[in-house]
Design a protein around this ligand. Structure first.
Ligand SMILES: [Fe+2]
Length: 219
């Protein structure tokens, strides 16, 4: 149940609407371990995805286990933050009264090379999606330096979008990938990835997830 807003300071600035997102820095070992999972036995997953990229490969059990063990605790914290944020603090996660389970729906690697892109899309059939960055083309910093001089840099960036433009509201969020950066977001949040032109691979992974919260059953 939502609670009404009650100011606690003489002056406050508010952003009470819109989707929540979370950022987490992946451990270096996780990046190495996930990169080590790429092999030619992984299934092609591109028929399920919209990317105009060289390869989209389905996680095997090992990649799934590595990614989930690295981010599960963070996803729980994100879920807790969102629940409180979206109810003005009225709703909290509570390990005493509820069980929490992270449900894995799917996971995959995205291997994007120069000139390739990922059109605007959402991830249906789940509540949470995420992206983590595993590799970038050597030399892309020089491309970014040149692109940053433009009024709207975007080469190889991921762009999230929500809502309709209006005064004093934000409808888009542009992110420049860095190896090890991990973002979680509601799966219905529109996003796309722009092309870059430096030779080499921009490698990321994504997962579709649900966070299940069920009341504990008394013995
Ligand atoms: Fe996506």
């Amino acid at each position: 149940m939502s609670k009404f807003y009650t100011p606690t300071e003489p002056m406050e600035f508010l952003a009470p609407f819109g989707p929540t997102m979370g950022y987490f820095r992946l451990p270096a070992q996780t990046i190495d371990d996930l990169n080590g999972c790429l092999n030619d036995k992984l299934e092609d997953y591109s028929d399920n995805l919209v990317g105009k990229v060289t390869e989209e490969l389905k996680f095997d059990e090992k990649a799934q286990a590595i990614a989930l063990s690295a981010v599960s605790n963070f996803v729980f914290k994100f879920h807790s933050f969102s629940k409180s944020q979206n109810s003005f603090g009225a709703q909290k996660t509570d390990l005493e009264t509820n069980d929490y389970t992270l449900e894995y729906i799917s996971g995959w690697f995205v291997r994007q090379f120069e000139g390739e892109y990922n059109p605007l899309h959402i991830h249906p059939n789940c509540k949470l999606s995420c992206v983590g960055y595993l590799a970038l083309p050597e030399g892309i910093e020089a491309e970014w330096e040149a692109d940053d001089k433009d009024h709207h840099p975007s080469h190889g960036h991921i762009h999230f979008s929500s809502g309709t433009p209006a005064p004093y509201s934000s409808t888009n969020f542009l992110v420049k990938p860095q190896v090890g950066d991990f973002y979680i977001f509601p799966s219905q949040l529109f996003h796309c990835v722009y092309p870059f032109y430096t030779k080499g691979e921009r490698r990321s992974f994504s997962m579709n997830l649900n966070f299940l919260e069920t009341p504990k059953v008394a013995d």
